[in-house]
Design a protein around this ligand. Structure first.
Ligand code: ADP
Ligand code: MG
Length: 676
C-alpha cells in the first residue's frame, strides 16, 4: 500500500533535521519533494580514462590511489595522486576531515566524479566526489541528478529522499487517461521517474516538462474555480439599488460621469443587489475617476443599511480619501471616519466603538488597521484601493475572515490577459477605458541629471504662472534612512537654489498631522513645490499641479513611474513630467525608459514591463510563494494555459472529486482554502 502523494515528509522516514532543511527549500510534503527537480545531471554510467580527459570536462573515472599527502602552508591542503592504466591525475581538497583519509590509502580503488582542470603539473580535480569502488560493484544505470539545495543538505541525502518518495508514494495519475491521450502527454509516474533519473539524456524530451506545466496550470485554474464556487455558495447581504442617495450624490458632483464610469457603476450596482458576494476588480488608468465610482458603490450599500470599509495602501492616501469623501458624503447625511495609526489610542478606541455599534457608515484606513482590529456591526462592502499594492495573499486572507462582505478592488495597474487568466481568474473585471473630458495629457521628457539647473528654472517659471510642481525622490536604497537623507539633501539644495519658492518636504517618517498639514497646504495652493519620497506614488490628486520631476527614474518600476506621472495633468492644463536619470544607462534601463517615454497607455506599459521583467517581479515579491507558478509561465505557455482553462471547466463538471484531488496535490500547502 503506497502513501498518498501529499503525505508528510516524516512519513517517508526522513529525519526531523532533513525535514526542516527541506522546508527551507519550500518542500513541505511528499508531492513537493517529487516536484523538487534536478538542476542538471552528471553522467557516471561510463567512466572515462585519464588519458582522454581534457581540461573543463566533467567526468567519472575509475582509479587507484598512488599516494596522498597533507601540505602545510597558509592553507592546509590534501592532495591525492591517483592513476588508471592510461595516466596520472591529482586530486586536491581544501576542506577535509581526518575521517576521510582512510579512503585514500595507497592501493584503494575509487570511483570519482569531478571537473578536470589544468594544474601546475598536468590535469587535476578540485573536490571530486569519491566513492570506494569494488571490482564487482555496478555502475549507476541512470544519469545522476544534481538538485538545488541548501547548506547542510547533501546531494546524497536528497537523492535518497527522492528515491524513497518515488517508491513509497502513490504516483497514480491524477489526470484521466482520456485527457492525457488527447493532450499527448506522458503519465505522471513516468514523467517523474525520468526527470529524477533518466537512463539517457535522450529520454529528457520536452513533453515531460509540458506535462508538469500543464498539471500546474490546471491545478491553478481548478483552485480558482473552487475559490469562486465557494464564494458564490456563500451568502452575502443583498443591497438593492434603490438609488435615491446615489442620484442625490451624482447630482451634487461638479461634473457628469463619463460613459465608462456609468457602465461600471451599473455593473457594480447589479452585483451588490445579489445575495452572493461580489468580487469585482475595477481597472482604469490613473486619473480615470475610480474614486467616485467607489463612492457610489459605498452609498448603495449604506442606503441598504450596510457599513463600508475603504482600504488604501498608505496612510497618506487614506487621509486624502477621507478628506474628499468626507466632504462629498457628509453633505448627504452619511457618517464618514478615518481610522489611522496616527490617532491617539483613546480616539482610536472611540472610533472603533462607533464602528462596532454601526454609527459610522464608511470607515477609511489602511489595510492593516481594518483587517486586524476592527469589528463591524454589519460590514457590507470592502473597497480596496490600488489593489495591486496588496497582492493575492491578502485578497484571499481577507476572504477567509468570517462573514462575507462584497468586495470591490480598484487598480490602475492593468493586468495583462495572460495574468488575469491565471492569477485573477476568480474575479469579475470592470474597466474604465476613458479619461474625463478636457484632460490635456502629459508630456514626458527624459533629462540627464547633469541638466538639473535647467530643470529648476522650469519649475520656477511654472510656479510663477501659478502652477504647482512635485519633485519626487523615489525609494532607491534598501534603507529608508538613506532614502530620507537623499530626499533631505535634494530639498536643501532646491531651497538654496530657488529660495523664492514656497517649498516643503513630505516623507513617510513625518507624523500624520504634519503630513496632513503639508498636503492641505499643497492642496490649497499655499505651497508651490512639494519635494516628496514615493509616498505620493498612488492616488494623490491636486489638479493644479502641472509639473513633476522624478529623480533616479532608471531604478524604478515602470508601473510605479506611470502611476507617479499620473499625478500631473489632472486638471484642464497639460502636465509635464521630467524624468531625471543618472547616465550612463544600462541597456535594460534604456529600454525601460523608452517604454515610459513612448507610451501613455497604462495597459501597454504594463505589457511591456511584463515582457522586460517576467511575471514574478511584476506581481511583486509579496505574492511569491503563494500563487506563483513553479514551472509554467503564463506569458510563454499561453497555449497550455488555454488548454488548462478548458480542461478545468470540463473536469469540474465531470468529476469534481478527482479535480479537487489534483488541485490539492499541487497547491495544498500554498492555498489553505482548498482544504478548508
Ligand atoms: P483614479 O482613477 O486615478 O483614482 P480619481 O478618482 O482620483 O482617479 O480622479 C481623478 C480626478 O478626476 C479627480 O480630481 C476627480 O474629481 C476627477 N474626475 C473624476 N471623474 C470625473 C468626470 N467624470 N469628469 C471630470 N472629472 C472627473
Ligand atoms: Mg485613485
Amino acid at each position: 500500500m503506497r502513501l498518498p502523494p501529499t503525505a508528510p515528509l516524516s512519513a517517508l522516514g526522513l529525519t526531523p533535521r532533513v525535514c526542516n532543511l527541506l522546508h527551507t527549500l519550500g518542500v513541505h510534503n511528499g508531492f513537493d519533494l517529487l516536484l523538487h527537480l534536478p538542476l542538471r545531471y552528471e553522467d557516471e554510467r561510463h567512466p572515462l580514462s585519464v588519458a582522454t580527459l581534457v581540461a573543463g570536462q566533467s567526468a567519472c573515472l575509475l582509479v587507484q590511489v598512488v599516494r596522498h599527502e597533507i601540505r602545510q602552508g597558509p592553507r592546509r591542503t590534501l592532495t591525492v595522486q591517483v592513476r588508471d592504466e592510461t595516466g596520472l591525475l591529482e586530486l586536491r581538497f581544501l576542506h577535509f576531515y581526518p575521517g576521510q583519509l582512510p579512503l585514500f590509502t595507497p592501493g584503494n580503488r575509487l570511483r570519482l566524479f569531478g571537473e578536470a582542470r589544468q594544474g601546475y603539473q598536468g590535469l587535476e580535480m578540485i573536490h571530486p566526489r569519491c566513492q570506494p569502488f569494488k571490482e564487482n560493484s555496478p555502475l549507476p544505470a541512470t544519469l545522476t541528478p544534481v538538485y538545488p539545495t541548501c547548506a547542510g543538505l547533501s546531494q546524497t541525502v536528497l537523492r535518497r529522499a527522492l528515491a524513497r518518495a518515488l517508491t513509497q508514494l502513490d504516483l497514480s495519475d491524477t489526470l484521466a487517461p482520456s485527457w492525457r491521450a488527447s493532450l499527448k502527454l506522458p503519465d505522471l509516474a513516468t514523467t517523474l521517474k525520468i526527470l529524477h533519473g533518466p537512463t539517457d539524456a535522450s529520454q529528457l524530451v520536452p513533453a515531460l516538462w509540458q506535462r508538469l506545466k500543464f498539471d500546474e496550470l490546471l491545478a491553478q485554474q481548478l483552485s480558482m474555480h473552487f475559490h469562486r464556487q465557494h464564494r458564490t455558495e456563500t451568502p452575502a447581504h443583498a443591497y438593492p439599488a434603490r438609488g435615491e442617495l446615489s442620484r442625490r450624490l451624482e447630482r451634487s458632483l461638479p461634473f457628469p460621469l463619463t460613459a465608462a464610469q456609468h457602465r461600471v457603476v451599473e455593473e457594480i450596482r447589479r452585483d451588490l443587489a445579489q445575495e452572493r458576494p461580489m468580487h469585482r476588480l475595477l481597472q482604469g488608468d490613473v486619473g480615470c475617476g475610480k474614486t467616485i465610482v467607489a463612492a457610489l458603490a459605498a452609498v448603495q450599500c449604506i442606503e441598504g443599511g450596510g457599513q463600508v470599509a475603504l482600504m488604501a495602501p498608505t496612510e497618506l492616501l487614506a487621509q486624502q480619501h477621507h478628506a474628499k469623501l468626507h466632504d462629498l458624503l457628509t453633505s448627504q447625511g452619511i457618517c464618514v471616519e478615518s481610522l489611522t495609526g496616527q490617532l491617539k489610542s483613546q480616539a482610536q478606541h472611540h472610533v472603533q466603538k462607533r464602528i462596532a455599534n454601526g454609527e459610522i457608515a464608511l470607515v477609511i484606513g489602511t489595510h492593516a488597521l481594518i483587517q486586524e482590529q476592527v469589528s463591524f456591526k454589519s460590514l457590507g462592502l470592502v473597497i480596496i484601493d490600488e489593489q495591486h499594492r496588496f497582492g493575492v495573499a491578502q485578497r484571499l486572507s481577507l476572504h477567509q475572515k468570517g462573514g462575507e462582505p462584497h468586495q470591490l478592488m480598484m487598480s490602475a495597474t492593468p493586468i495583462p490577459r495572460s495574468l488575469s487568466m491565471s492569477y485573477y481568474a476568480d474575479l469579475d473585471v470592470s474597466v474604465i477605458d476613458e479619461l474625463p473630458p478636457g484632460r490635456q495629457g502629459i508630456t514626458t521628457k527624459l533629462v540627464s541629471a547633469a541638466r538639473r539647473s535647467e530643470v529648476i528654472e522650469r519649475i520656477r517659471s511654472a510656479c510663477r504662472q501659478g502652477h504647482q510642481a512635485y519633485w519626487v525622490c523615489p525609494l532607491i536604497e534598501e534603507s529608508e534612512l538613506l532614502d530620507l537623507q537623499n530626499a533631505q539633501s535634494t530639498f536643501q539644495t532646491l531651497t538654496a537654489d530657488a529660495p523664492d519658492l514656497r517649498c516643503e518636504l513630505l516623507h513617510g517618517r513625518l507624523a500624520g498631522s504634519e503630513k496632513r498639514d503639508i498636503m492641505n497646504r499643497f492642496l490649497k495652493g499655499e505651497l508651490q513645490l512639494l519635494v516628496a519620497t514615493s509616498v505620493i506614488e498612488v492616488g494623490m490628486d491636486v489638479p493644479n499641479a502641472t509639473l513633476m520631476v522624478i529623480e533616479h527614474t532608471e531604478r524604478m518600476g515602470l508601473a510605479q513611474l506611470h502611476q507617479m506621472r499620473g499625478r500631473v495633468g489632472r486638471g484642464t492644463r497639460p502636465g509635464v513630467c521630467l524624468l531625471l536619470y543618472q547616465p550612463p544607462l544600462s541597456e535594460l534601463a534604456r529600454q525601460r525608459l523608452k517604454v515610459i517615454y513612448e507610451h501613455t497607455d497604462g495597459f501597454e506599459i504594463a505589457r511591456q514591463d511584463l515582457l522586460l521583467r517576467g511575471p514574478g517581479d511584476y506581481l511583486g515579491s509579496r505574492q511569491s510563494g503563494l500563487a506563483l507558478l513553479r514551472f509554467a509561465d503564463p506569458m510563454q505557455d499561453d497555449d497550455l494555459l488555454d488548454l488548462a482553462r478548458r480542461c478545468a471547466a470540463a473536469w469540474i463538471a465531470e468529476s469534481p472529486e478527482q479535480a479537487r484531488h489534483h488541485a490539492s496535490c499541487w497547491l495544498d500547502t500554498r492555498q489553505p482554502y482548498l482544504t478548508a
